[in-house]
Design a protein around this ligand. Structure first.
Ligand SMILES: C[S@@+](CC[C@H](N)C(=O)[O-])C[C@H]1O[C@@H](n2cnc3c(N)ncnc32)[C@H](O)[C@@H]1O
Length: 460
């Protein structure tokens, strides 16, 4: 496979971001706290700044977008996408045992794969649980969705419904009678409830808004569409999960206020693990949350499903024109208080994600600082030797070349999975979806001075 083709494959769902992502006021405040309190985050932040300030970064991703869009729905490439998800799934299994179902949940073993195509996670889930049946939902090919590979689609244990998950109004708590007649999608919203009456042991939710999805002008706001997709998956998945079940979701930017709140909420009713795969997309902001052993009673007590449904209504029907708006954040006082209460645990969850991303960003081909450039050259040549003798999944220690990163990692255990495919260090510098960046509030690049220990929040 030509290297361009491989690049496209890696890109397809990666959500490549061109330019600096927009930040809410709450995101900016949270980042300030993180920069003051987490050396790992501060390192990622500085590396991202270098990338965003370097026009070569944008050029790099623009070029990748073009390749990805040119090769869309090429059969060979779909196979490579599939292989890529197999590889990611296996690393996720090794790190979090997400596909190991303990069988203690009642009834027949069932999996739910939201945004299923091409089907890599379904394949690995079945490999680990041969008696399981899997229900999948994925965007129809006619709407530029990706196909489910034949070996998954034709498996008798797998059933797929091809639909746009963001149109499932009834499942999102909006009855047909509440859909405004003048909404541009009034005729398209779905009252059908997919796989009604089924509950699931494992839910996999790794949808990514596709740049190529022809969805109408009113759905082009990238931040809003991506939030709607996240909410659709959370509502569908947590609405149907069995007591004791597992939920895995792909997200971006663990350093966002939304993800801070989500992690805190999930920890109220499940055992949370966070993992950022090292084999693919390591330089992007993507990461996975695995919520195991979900306690349904506690989930219900938090009323989080109602909260998500209210947000879904707002991003779909809110705003002056009734075509959706982003919810307002709660303000900085709330962020500060929450950080004092949950910041320590949150940074513990985020640390490995930032370490993995920093390591990959340091090697990104467009990083321009002299030390990064030297480091790239050295890393590339040493990886060439190493990867030829390393199989996927082989774990070996590496010493990062960036002195700051090296000193941080000296104190923590720095390990990575080597594979030929990670040499190019993936794709985006930051993202919320496969669409490129929008523009609202911009992050300030001013470096915060680290406050003296006495002024740190009380949990330190
Ligand atoms: C990251 S891939 C999923 C990989 C897949 N879970 C696997 O295991 O191979 C993202 C998928 O989300 C799908 N998708 C994007 N928007 C969607 C929507 N609105 N409704 C349903 N599926 C959607 C895409 O077609 C794509 O197949």
């Amino acid at each position: 496979m030509a290297s361009d083709t491989n690049e496209e494959i890696e890109l397809g769902f990666a959500g490549l971001r061109i330019g600096r992502p927009p930040l809410s006021e709450e995101d900016a405040t949270l980042r300030t706290f993180l920069r003051q309190n987490s050396r790992e985050f501060e390192t990622v932040h500085e590396l991202r700044e270098q990338g965003w300030n370097n026009p070569k970064g944008d050029e790099h991703y623009e070029r990748k977008h073009k390749i990805a869009d040119r090769h869309i729905r090429d059969a060979d490439q779909e196979k490579v996408y599939y292989q890529m998800y197999l590889v990611i799934a296996r690393e996720l299994q090794e790190a979090t045992a997400v596909f190991t179902v303990n069988g203690s949940t009642p009834g027949k073993l069932r999996g739910f794969n939201l945004c299923m195509a091409p089907g890599g996670y379904t394949r690995v889930l079945l490999d680990h649980n041969p008696q399981m049946t899997i229900s999948g939902i994925t965007l129809p090919e006619a709407q530029t969705g990706h196909p489910v590979v034949t070996e998954v689609a034709a498996d008798p244990r797998v059933g797929v419904e091809y639909l746009d998950i963001n149109l499932l109004a009834t499942s999102m708590g909006v009855p047909a009678s509440d859909i405004p007649a003048d909404h541009p999608d009034a005729e398209k919203f779905l009252t059908h409830v997919p796989f009604a009456d089924l509950e699931f042991d494992v839910v996999i939710a790794d949808g990514a808004v596709l740049r190529t999805h022809d969805r109408g002008e009113h759905r082009l706001d990238k931040e809003r569409e991506a939030l709607r997709l996240r909410l659709s998956q959370l509502i569908l998945g947590f609405g149907r999960i069995k007591d004791g079940g597992t939920f895995m979701v792909l997200l971006h930017r663990i350093d966002s206020w939304e993800n801070f709140v989500l992690l805190r909420k999930l920890e109220q009713f499940s055992e949370v693990k966070v993992h950022k795969p090292t084999v693919k997309h390591a330089e992007s902001s993507s990461f996975y949350i695995v919520a195991k052993n979900v306690d349904r009673d506690r989930l219900t007590a938090t009323a989080v499903l109602d909260e998500w449904k209210a947000y879904w209504r707002q991003v779909t029907f809110g705003g002056e024109e009734g075509k959706g708006e982003l919810p307002q954040g709660p303000g900085n006082d709330v962020v500060e208080k929450a950080f004092q209460e949950y910041g320590a645990r949150y940074m513990e969850l985020g640390r490995p994600v930032w370490e993995t991303q920093a390591r990959a960003l340091e090697k990104a081909p467009y990083m321009k600082l002299p030390d990064a450039r030297t480091s790239n050259a050295r890393q590339t040549s040493s990886n060439k030797t190493a990867t030829s003798s390393n199989k996927m999944g082989t774990v070996r220690e590496k010493t990062p070349e960036n002195p700051k990163l090296a000193s941080i990692l000296k104190a923590s255990s720095w390990r990575t999975v080597s594979s030929p495919s990670i040499e190019r260090a993936g794709d985006d510098a930051d993202q919320t979806s496969q669409a490129d960046s929008g523009s609202s509030k911009r992050e300030t690049s001013a470096k915060p001075t680290r406050p003296p220990a006495a002024s740190l929040p009380s949990w330190r």
